[in-house]
Write a protein that binds this ligand. Sequence first.
Ligand code: PGA
Length: 249
Amino acid sequence: MRKHIVAGNWKMNLNADESQALIEALKTKKLSSDVRVAIATPAVHLAAAVNLTSGTKIDVSAQNMHQATSGAYTGEISASMLKSIGVNTTLLGHSERRAYFHETDALLAEKVNTALENGMEIIFCFGEELDERKSGSHFDVVSSQLRNALFNFDASQWSQIVLAYEPVWAIGTGETASPAQAQEMHAHIRSVLTAQYDDALAQSVSILYGGSVKPANAQEIFAQPDVDGGLIGGASLNADDFAAIVNAF
Ligand code: PGA
């Protein structure tokens, strides 16, 4: 059964003290028992975040990982390193990784494979750019992002995959896809999954929406039938706002 999930993507924000303070503040909030909550902290804070959230309902996720299992990749972090500190989830394919670090669908397919082989859960991010939305190719773009990175995997492996649709034009811009636009794309994603696999799989995958989700718009977005939660950037850096979004279901 698909779950409601709200994940915070802290990106490259907060030093160690600030990270600890935000987690301590989040721990004081009442968070809906029906919603899975995760925070994707910068890599340098992951181990501390795992300790600070131990015994709470907050899971800790990485923001990225390398496709190789180990070796001469200076500055990189492997799946087994993440697992060894208790991090079992990672974002992959965020639009900032695609845009600034040239992550392609083919590379992401390798990363997903490595994460799956290591028993990790993946929050796989994808979405169209503004010009693709304007030219009307957004459905095709999203279909091909999914096909190229994920459709080589068996149906059984999809229990480890969460999807996060994030239209690039809505990330950090204050511009949100309307609830109808989000629903339309999420329904499209589910239909693509049905065509590739089957309806049971399509109905079992959680599909999050990301892009300028705030306390003021979360309820309307989460009320859409094919929206199972959110990936939250800016608003996840404020405990009150993040808790309000978690509790918007
Ligand atoms: P935003 O970021 O909520 O600040 O738009 C979302 C994301 O990049 O995951």
